[in-house]
Design a protein around this ligand. Sequence first.
Ligand code: ADP
Length: 414
Amino acid sequence: MFFSNQNIFNILFEAIPEGVIIANENQNIIATNLASEQMFGYKKDELINQNLHVIIPKKHQTNHKTHFQNFLKSNTIRKINHNLNLFGIKKNKNEFPVEIGLNPFKIDNKSYIIALIIDITNRKKTAKKIENLNFKLEKIIKEKTAELKNTIKQLKNVNFDLKNQIKKRAEAEIQIKDALKNEQELNELKTKFLSLVSHEFKTPLSGILTSTILLKKYHLSEQQDKRDKHIETITKKVHYLNNILNDFLSIERIESSNVIYKYTTFNLSKAINEVVYNANMLLKSGQKINISSNIDNYVLYQDEKILELILSNLLYNAIKYSLENTTIDLIAHQTSKNTIFKLIDRGIGIPEKDQKFIFNRYFRAENVLNIQGTGIGLNIVKSHLENLGGTISFTSKEHKGSTFIIKLPLIKPL
Ligand code: ADP
């Protein structure tokens, strides 16, 4: 009918790999090619004169008629659209996804539509596979990301532990170094003690020995003066040695933080008299100790023995580093907060360049090197005062004398 050369048309029509279906305006199929018949599972010409509904799933049929009419009227070509979810139905009622391009045309004033149909079952399957693979991939990525996060967290923890270990090791190292330093200092102290014992003890000991030998020689009663002189020498030297030993014991106790201060309430005059009484034995000829007159009024709550040790040290130095016929003042007074002691001598003084080292252990100024001493006393005094919350300071001028000032806080008895 509308084909002038049926043979050529048939050859071309049948050769098209896509399904081709031509329908008239009543939606009746008027021509199909081999591909469309195979696609929908029909034999040759089985679809001819059938309504298009035969190849459209039921659920899509309702709207199809109106769409069809509107499409014929609009007379526009509808290209294949990949995004439309279209389905065809086979003779055996199996649904399958299709893509359809539509082209309306007129012959002899009658309207027709030619439909180009592609079975996209395989493409959809592939797409589904890709979608599944993507889904699996995403899942794997999520799992791997979670694992990675976990690993990073674990690494952070390990890192934190490592840092802690390093910190602990560094602390341990410091402790070991400290212990080593203490050990070295202790060794140094022992060596110092041994060399002091050999040097410092030698002269007084041989002095004591000489005096004892001489003492034996003076057996006549009129030689009492000479005996007294030697007994005094022995007493002084024993006292001196005793002081050195006490200093060493103090150092050891302060070093090992073993000093336990015993606080009691006592009269200041009692402590000062004790100190001065012992110091009197060491006085050089013509030396005098002046004590301030007001000390009877003062009462202290302190470690009496340590206070005596502090004052003795300063007083012995004042005696030792002053010449004969000089006076030493020991002044004490109390304010609302402190008890203040001043020890003033008119002795050899401390050279200015040495003054800043005077509290260092074993330090001795250059002008005293021919006078016996250990360089320990002031160091001990300072340590005790720091422990008791007190302070020590001094002023000194060479050949004029020195003034040492001690401040001890007033403590209320418990
Ligand atoms: P030592 O008297 O046994 O040498 P100290 O620690 O008591 O040790 O004193 C340290 C140093 O301070 C002394 O060697 C001396 O140089 C100096 N010094 C202390 N007191 C006086 C003082 N009153 N006059 C002069 N120098 C002093």
